[in-house]
Every structure is written in structure tokens, then in C-alpha cells.
Ligand binder design. Structure first.
Ligand code: CMP
Length: 138
């Protein structure tokens, strides 16, 4: 069945001018764009979005990073969307990401890793609804 995932092109990749190249790879991999916008997360947005990580030692760094500049948020549709998108982006740590993956090509570090991809269908729905209203999905 066709399903959806949620992604963000993170502030590092937007700052470094990789937005177009990343969207091209997403398109070439067969994902359809259901919703997309450029936006900037507030401190509160980031603390809420990453709430599951609030006890991690890198939480403060993560919130500061994700709020420091604009992101591209998008909902993507494809068969097996969550798993196929995580394959396309590669491992969290770009040093461990497979050749040709978005993180291997464009990420700087484990924290500044260029893109987000939902880790489950349930989180894809929660994260998509965090950023988009029904009227912004097509
Ligand atoms: P992501 O998997 O999209 O969502 C959680 C984020 O936390 C992850 O990307 C990284 O950006 C960040 N993160 C994970 N591990 C570390 C770490 N050890 N140090 C700094 N940031 C991290």
C-alpha cells in the first residue's frame, strides 16, 4: 500500500545550499511531494518535536541547531515510504552512512546530519501533522 513519511532538510543543509540537490534525489527515488514548505522552528517547536530525546545529553545542542535557521519540511508518499526514505538518507552518523546516501553526501556530523526521516508510520503521521494542516496536503 502507498504510504507516507515526513522529512526535514535541516538548517545545515539549507545554509550550505544543498536544498535543490536533496530534493532532486528525493524526486529521483520516486517519492511524491504531498506537502512542502520553508519554515523555521521556534525553541518550543523543537522541544516538542524532539520531546522523546529530552533526557539525552545532546538535547540542548539539538534544539539550538534545529532552531538556528530555516528548514524545508515535507510529507512524502511512496510504497514503503518510511523504510525506503531511511535507506535513501543513510545512517544518523554520516561517517557510517552508505555511499551515495543523502547524509553521506551532504551531512557534516552526527548532530548536523542534513535531513530528518520518520522512524515509523505512526511517527510519520504525528510529525506531518505537527507541521502541516489538512489544507496543505495534496
Ligand atoms: P534524527 O535521527 O533526525 O533525530 C534525532 C537527532 O538527534 C538526530 O537526527 C541527530 O541530529 C541528533 N543526534 C543524534 N545523536 C546525536 C549525538 N550523539 N550528538 C548530537 N546530536 C545527535
Amino acid at each position: 500500500a502507498t504510504n507516507r513519511t515526513f522529512t526535514m532538510i535541516k538548517p545545515d543543509a539549507v545554509e550550505n545550499g544543498h536544498t535543490g540537490a536533496i530534493l532532486e534525489k528525493i524526486n529521483a527515488a520516486g517519492f511524491r511531494i504531498v506537502a512542502m514548505k520553508k519554515t523555521q522552528m521556534t525553541q518550543r517547536d523543537a522541544e516538542t518535536f524532539y520531546g522523546v530525546h529530552s533526557e539525552r545529553p545532546f538535547f540542548g545542542e539539538l534544539v539550538a541547531f534545529m532552531t538556528r535557521g530555516p528548514i524545508i519540511a515535507a510529507i512524502l508518499e511512496k510504497d514503503n515510504a518510511v523504510e525506503d526514505f531511511r535507506t535513501l538518507i543513510g545512517a544518523t552518523n554520516p561517517a557510517e552512512a552508505a555511499e551515495g546516501t543523502i547524509r553521506q553526501l551532504y551531512a557534516t556530523s552526527i548532530g548536523e546530519n542534513a535531513v530528518h526521516g520518520s522512524d515509523s508510520d505512526e511517527n510519520a503521521a504525528i510529525e506531518g501533522a505537527f507541521h502541516f494542516s489538512g489544507r496543505e496536503m495534496f
